[in-house]
Design a binder for this molecule. Structure first.
Ligand code: 5AD
Ligand code: SF4
Length: 566
């Protein structure tokens, strides 16, 4: 297996079935079973779906045989993910033969990508529902009960499911995902996500804070704020006020960034003489039948200019913004209007819920992560010192073909800045081997970048061409599979060495560990995580600890993936 399991895209969770954490006393007429694949966003979406269905009288079951409705929340990011789901659907069809009233539905990215193909050609399913259409599920189920196939794959510019309180699935009761935005505007040339999840939109901060606070009050000790590109979180609107000022619980007074040292090499799009060609190619895609279906207006490449790096003028604009004075642009009774919330300010609001609540986030984009975020992380002990910073490739030529908008020099400057502001901060990456035209030299540059960045862990993939993407239209998938796999193996081997080295450096050190539950291998051991996201296993040893407690653990041994402590 090439993909290293982490919390963000955990291989061990693929295909996980719904099992409600809290015993549900309600009487239900029908039962649904849901299986999830892909990224954390999909797992988080399944919790939204569970909430919508439970309001409609559907109870969850972890047992296929008990289900009246089987849902698969799918992933399209690589071909292999789609194949796995197709196989699973064929198995479900067999169950349908035995129980004709059984409904089978496909949710998520594959539903969006393949649309009616599932219904018409393959006749595998009764329902096809895209990531922005989950509210229509109850109606579509009624249609399907009447023998009509139900489909809704409309993408939305507004849907954030802000008001839906997710039902926690397979939760340990300690850590939870909270979605803060949906979609992605980046158009990385290899990636299908902008097509399957639509345009980027940010969820309102009040609903995010409320969800996190409710989780904390229910005993959770860690929230992970989720988005495809959290650094471009940006929300404007109205927040509750107290005495004419924004209620401090929604707008804590921020500490201004103090760093001056923020000179950076250029982002690729600033220097890129090819960017006009690329832009016209993107608008070509978007005006094609496929593109038109997804976007009503042309999409800008890298349009998150609002979040470019902090220049001095931006810092002073930031300081003069309502933050310090706690004032919005206008007030109405009990509310302050005209408020803009960035990712840094959202992070701070969540961190202020309680010092006992750990805060994580994923995913950051190297072109967008800025000093305010790093300073906010440094300021709060409960914001975990860990950043997932996808590299994809170390070669500038390949990064440009990938439309990643940064150079390796820019990426190096970001890693330096993280280490300068937060020594000891964990860093992980996503890496793709064998992208179109990748030479041996490009590959070697990726390995050197890994050595430089000293990742604690990585998700590593070989390139899988996805229909409809910029790369599929523009470049030949010309690296033979055996070369892709050999390069991927070299990347995996190097990452294993780096992870081992990183863990060895922790021997003898003591860390604050949040206990998440029993170790998978033995009930006599606890399993928890450090702030920088390392898994620690240590003996229960008769101490009276409980899960959800913070404990100091001294590391006395390690494997490549785990620290062992006492
Ligand atoms: N082929 C291989 N890996 C991909 N990813 C996204 N699209 C592809 C693809 N077509 C990887 C990227 C991304 C992660 C979520 O999945 O590394 O960051
Ligand atoms: Fe895909 Fe790039 Fe958006 Fe990530 S940032 S979801 S890789 S388009």
């Amino acid at each position: 297996m090439f993909e290293v399991a982490t919390k963000v895209h955990d291989e061990r969770r693929q295909g996980e079935a719904f099992a409600p954490t809290i015993a549900d006393e309600k009487e239900y007429k029908r039962r649904f079973y849901i299986e999830s694949y892909g990224c954390s966003m999909n797992f988080s979406d399944s919790e939204i779906v569970a909430s919508i269905l439970s309001k409609e009288g559907f109870g969850a079951t972890p047992h296929l045989q008990e289900a009246d409705l089987i849902l698969v929340n799918t992933c399209s990011i690589r071909e292999k993910a789609e194949q796995t789901v197709r196989k699973r659907l064929t198995e479900f069809r067999k169950l349908k033969h035995k129980k004709p009233s059984l409904l089978v539905g496909v949710l998520g990215c594959m539903a969006e990508r393949l649309k009616s193909k599932f219904l018409e050609e393959e006749k595998l399913v009764d329902l096809v529902v895209g990531p922005d259409a989950y509210r229509s599920l109850p109606g579509l189920i009624l249609d399907a009960d009447d023998g009509q196939k139900g489909i809704n794959v409309l993408l939305s510019r507004e849907e954030t499911y802000a008001d839906i309180s997710p039902v926690r699935i397979n939760s340990n009761g300690i850590t939870a995902f909270v979605s803060i935005m949906r979609g992605c505007n980046n158009m990385c040339s290899f990636c299908v996500v902008p097509f399957t999840r639509g345009r980027e939109r940010s969820r309102d901060p009040e609903s995010i804070i409320n969800e996190c606070r409710d989780l904390f009050n229910a005993g959770y000790k860690e929230v992970t704020l989720l988005g495809q590109n959290v650094d471009s979180y940006y929300w404007t609107g109205t927040l509750p006020s107290k005495e004419g000022k924004i209620d401090a619980q929604f707008w804590p007074p921020l500490t201004p960034p103090t760093g001056e040292n923020n000179t950076q090499p250029l982002l690729m799009q600033d220097a890129d003489s090819n960017s006009d060609t690329l832009k016209s190619e993107v608008s070509e895609i978007l005006s094609s039948p496929v593109g038109r279906e997804y976007y009503a207006q042309p999409l800008l490449i890298n349009n998150s200019g609002k979040n470019k790096d902090t220049s001095k003028s931006e810092v002073s604009a930031w300081l003069s913004f309502p933050v310090g004075g706690n004032q919005g642009l206008g007030t109405q009774s009990g509310m302050v209007a005209g408020v803009a919330v960035t990712f840094a300010s959202l992070l701070e609001m969540v961190a202020q819920i309680s010092p006992e609540l750990r805060v994580r986030f994923s995913t950051s984009h190297p072109k967008d992560i800025i000093d305010e975020v790093l300073f906010t992380m440094a300021k709060y002990d409960n914001i975990c010192k860990y950043i997932h910073l996808p590299l994809q490739s170390g070669s500038n030529r390949i990064l440009q073909l990938m439309n990643r908008s940064y150079t390796r020099e820019w990426y190096i400057a970001k890693v330096n800045r993280i280490r300068e502001i937060m020594p000891g901060c964990g860093i992980s990456a996503d890496i793709i081997a064998g992208f179109c035209t990748e030479t041996e030299e490009d590959h070697q540059t990726t390995l050197r970048m890994m050595e430089y960045s000293k990742y604690d862990m990585s998700y590593m993939f070989f390139y899988s061409e996805r229909p409809g993407t910029l790369a599929e239209r523009r470049y030949d998938d010309d690296i033979p599979e055996e070369i892709k796999k050999r390069r991927l193996q070299e990347i995996v081997d190097l990452q294993n060495k780096l992870s081992q080295q990183s863990n060895k450096e922790d021997l003898g050190k003591t860390f604050t560990v949040l206990i998440e539950g029993d170790s998978k291998k033995s009930k006599r051991d606890w399993m928890g995580r450090t702030s920088n996201n390392k898994v620690v296993v240590f003996p229960k040893n008769g101490f009276n600890f409980k899960k959800g407690e913070y404990v100091m653990v001294k590391v006395n041994d390690c494997t490549q993936a785990t620290l062992l402590g006492e």
